[in-house]
Write a protein that binds this ligand. Structure first.
Ligand SMILES: Cc1ncc(C[n+]2csc(CCOP(=O)(O)OP(=O)(O)O)c2C)c(N)n1
Ligand SMILES: [Mg+2]
Length: 810
């Protein structure tokens, strides 16, 4: 299963020899022809969308000269030339992605899942084990939202710092050799109007990490020019405030270089890389005066918004044109020689494109032929028009005449036949067709859907479950102290474990879960961060991709919204968008549910779970359960979020004797109180309130079964809750999210996915918080969130509705 993407041969041509310059020119025109032909492929309808790296070629080749094995890229859709220069992408692979070829070998970046020009290398193998990184060039998997490559970039760079400065990690030669690896970022000029870009640059400077960021400045973001994007219309001017004073380490090095000046580009990249690699000083290389020969993408034409003068300037300052002129001027090549290279590459690119197209089409054409054969048999078997045979023949004919159909067309034809022959006697061929389609659906569900979460032996769902054990004299501690014991054991066990967040280091977090652990394990492993949730997450993602195990703390669940976009777009999609070839087992630690006021009592769990499919979401009811979930997640290779109960840190819990070992399974509810009358399904802080209500209900003869789901994603993997419904026939889903939020999601799981509706004798209900944010103070809480009385009433109403004689109105 090795392809060029898995183990490219490192190219170390940093000297500007004549041969290497000719090779660079060849590569530049190869990439340009790829862009030109790529656009034509879209405009003639063979692909859906195209966005290309034309105009950015020679800067990327210069960058590649400074790239070294172990380095890692976090970039965006203009980087095809960089990827080709590093031997991480062939022209064929580029076209395979353009066509959405779902074969991982032919389209190794994403198996056709990402739209064109979203690049990646394989960083884990099919068993979930990390591949070595230091013997090859690496690229983290691209995302489309502008600027979102930046938070991850900070973490990718920080990993080098940790590998250099933590002696216990000096033996991780697969990830780092002395922390000398650079994380290379690329970004467009207009994307720098995004807030997270500045947050990331600031974080990289504060952390002092080897990040080298290239800004490809072509003056525009689609149609909007720099004057409307950036203060003063000038990124260089804004970045100056970040620059370090000579001789100091605080801040970054800023370089400015023209995108058409090849020797200057090479010189700049080599200089910047040397310093960043050696001294861990971040750098920004502002590459100005870049062009977009074909405009932004295939969705429009830049003639609509660029002036004639600008368009003429872009022709004049095309980097490849300038490189060609420079080589001739310097006597490095004859014009005819360069023209011949250009023509050779044009033909080579066209040949590669055809091979990619044929390879993409072959399996689909085979599927089409197979189904056409079956359709013929079904038509014959069905007989004449009366019997539906003519209709089947027409479906077959339509499919046959389709030029380059997709898999969906083949599947739809088989479906249409099923519909056309409905109610008629079907023969064996019709049944074979139906069976084939079932298999086809399953195979394609896998082809286009696998790897949302880990499917490897290292999945947290596949880890052994070790119950908590208690000594007879188990100490009764504050909840936060149970967590401290858990984190202490984890930090001792895993030298690659680090934790970071606001007030996490010196203070030991605002609720003291890490109390004393910075003093014990050092400032690098238990670290304070700035108030910057997006890049705390980004740090964690980048670190995790390079073999560090981060716990990223978001101080309050209310503030996870700042990080939610990166959680959703980057972390949650990483494994899926790389078809299982990248992973970031990040643990996000936060605390929430009820405490005080509008921004310290939030429980926006539906918002979270609906946006982070691909991440496990744990909602422990106390700190012991939380500890077991941390222990489990640390053994797995998936990301997870743990929402601790904000008002539970000072409640007493018994300390398990195996606090560093025991595990709580994901997706396994726990019955906290048995009862035969009404099932209450809940989680988190509501568990305690529900148990109180259940006590009161018992006094009026309603026996409540209280179930803690423990995790919202995954949800009750073995459908245990429906077993409770079989007994009680009554259901309340309870939480403190908004009405119709996570409570409705639980209801959907129980009624629809588990078939719970069949067992109900009364209308199922949800009880959630009010739609408004929780008001401050004890009374504000009472009339904002479910409480003992409102839970009592909701449960009693369900009981009453189904049996008013037994449970009369109170
Ligand atoms: C968050 C977000 N907003 C909008 C878009 C749509 N979009 C894609 S590219 C782009 C322009 C980016 O311009 P720039 O950063 O200068 O990069 P360039 O394409 O010019 O290289 C926009 C607005 C997006 N992908 N993500
Ligand atoms: Mg731009």
């Amino acid at each position: 299963m090795m392809s060029s993407i898995a183990a490219p041969a490192p190219r170390l041509a940093s000297e500007l020899t004549r041969e290497s310059l000719l090779a660079d020119f060849r590569l530049a025109v190869r990439s340009r022809h790829t862009s030109l032909l790529g656009r034509r492929e879209v405009l003639t309808g063979k692909a859906k969308f195209g966005i290309f790296g034309d105009g950015k070629e020679i800067a990327q080749i210069a960058l590649a000269r400074a790239f070294r094995p172990g380095d890692v890229r976090s970039g965006y859709y203009r980087d095809q030339t960089l990827m080709m220069a590093l031997d991480l992408l062939s022209v064929e692979q580029f076209f395979a992605q353009l066509y959405a070829d779902a074969d991982l070998e032919r389209e190794p970046c994403s198996a056709g899942r990402s739209m064109t020009a979203h690049f990646a290398t394989w960083m884990v193998d099919e068993h979930g084990e990390f591949l070595p990184q230091t013997d090859r060039f690496n690229s983290s998997a691209d995302v489309s939202p502008t600027g979102s490559q930046m938070p991850r970039l900070v973490g990718l760079a920080q990993a080098s710092k940790l590998y250099r400065e933590l002696p216990a990690l000096s033996d991780r030669a697969g990830f780092s050799i002395g922390g000398r690896e650079i994380a290379w970022g690329t970004i467009g000029n207009a994307s720098c109007a995004e807030g997270m870009v500045w947050e990331s640059i600031n974080a990289a400077c504060v952390l002092r990490v080897p990040m080298v960021l290239s800004i490809w400045d072509d003056g525009y973001g689609i149609s909007v020019p720099n004057e409307i994007q950036i203060a003063k219309g000038d990124l260089g001017a804004l970045l100056e405030g970040f620059c370090r004073a000579p001789g100091t380490r605080d801040g970054l090095d800023l370089y400015s270089v023209k995108g058409w000046d090849y020797p200057a580009l090479c010189e700049t990249y080599l200089a910047a890389a040397e310093i960043a690699r050696r001294d861990h000083v971040p750098a920004v290389i502002h590459v100005t005066e870049m062009t977009q020969p074909q405009g932004h993408s295939t969705s429009g034409s830049h003639e609509r918004y660029k002036s004639k003068e600008r368009l003429e300037w872009e022709v004049e300052f095309d980097g490849i044109k300038r490189m060609r002129e420079w080589m001739v001027r310097e006597g490095l090549a004859e014009p005819e020689q360069l023209a011949a290279i250009d023509e050779e590459e044009r033909i080579a690119v066209r040949d590669a494109q055809r091979r990619a197209w044929d390879a993409f089409r072959a399996p689909i054409e085979a599927e089409k032929s197979f189904v056409l054969g079956l359709l013929g048999e079904v038509a014959a078997e069905a007989g004449g028009s009366e019997a539906g045979g003519a209709e089947v023949a027409k479906i077959a004919d339509d499919l046959k005449r389709q030029q380059a159909p997709f898999r969906r067309d083949v599947s739809a034809a088989a479906h249409a036949v099923r519909v056309a022959t409905a109610g008629r006697a079907r023969g064996p061929a019709a049944e074979r067709l139906a069976g084939w389609r079932r298999g086809f659906e399953a195979a394609n569900a896998d082809l286009y859907g696998a790897h949302l979460t880990s499917e490897t032996p290292r999945s947290p769902l596949a880890q052994p479950i070790v119950p908590a054990r208690y000594a007879d004299d188990a100490p009764l501690l504050n909840g936060f102290e149970v967590l401290t014991a858990c984190f202490d054991a984890a930090l001792a066990r895993y030298p690659e474990l680090v934790a970071m967040g606001e007030d996490l280091g010196q203070l030991g977090d605002v609720n003291q879960g890490f109390l004393g652990l910075q003093a014990k394990y050092g400032e690098l492993r238990v670290a304070d961060t700035g108030i910057r949730e997006t890049t705390i997450l980004g740090q964690a993602i980048g670190l995790a991709m390079r073999g560090i195990r981060p716990i990223a703390e978001i101080q309050y669940l209310d503030y996870i919204l700042y990080a939610l976009q990166i959680l959703s777009d980057d972390l949650a999609t990483l494994r899926y968008r790389s078809a299982g070839r990248q992973a970031a087992p990040v643990i996000v630690r936060t605390r929430g549910h009820r405490l005080e006021g509008i921004w310290h009592s939030g429980s926006p769990m539906a918002g979270v779970i609906h946006l982070v499919r691909g991440i496990h979401v744990c909602v422990p009811r106390n700190m012991t359960q939380a500890a077991g979930m941390y222990n489990l997640l640390l053994q797995g290779d998936d990301p997870g979020i743990v929402v601790e109960v904000l008002n539970g840190y000072r409640l007493k819990e018994r300390l398990p004797s195996n606090v560093g070992d025991f595990t709580v399974p994901l997706g396994v509810p726990e019955v906290l109180r048995e009862g035969g009358d009404v099932t209450v399904v809940t989680y988190g802080a509501c568990c305690r309130v529900a148990l109180e209500a259940a006590e009161a209900l018992a006094r009026v003869g309603v026996e409540t079964e209280v179930i803690d789901v423990q995790t919202l994603l995954p949800f009750d993997r073995d459908a245990r809750i429906v077993e409770s419904l079989k007994k009680t026939n009554r259901l309340l889903c309870l939480d403190e999210d908004v009405p119709g939020g996570a409570s409705a999601s639980m209801l959907q799981q129980i009624l629809e996915m588990q078939g719970g509706y069949q067992w109900l004798d009364a209308a199922p209900r949800t009880l959630a918080a009010e739609a408004h944010r929780p008001a401050y103070g004890s009374d504000g809480d009472y009339w904002s969130k479910p409480n003992r009385e409102s839970i009592f009433d909701a449960v009693y109403a369900i009981a009453h509705e189904s049996n008013p004689r037994r449970w009369p109105e109170l």
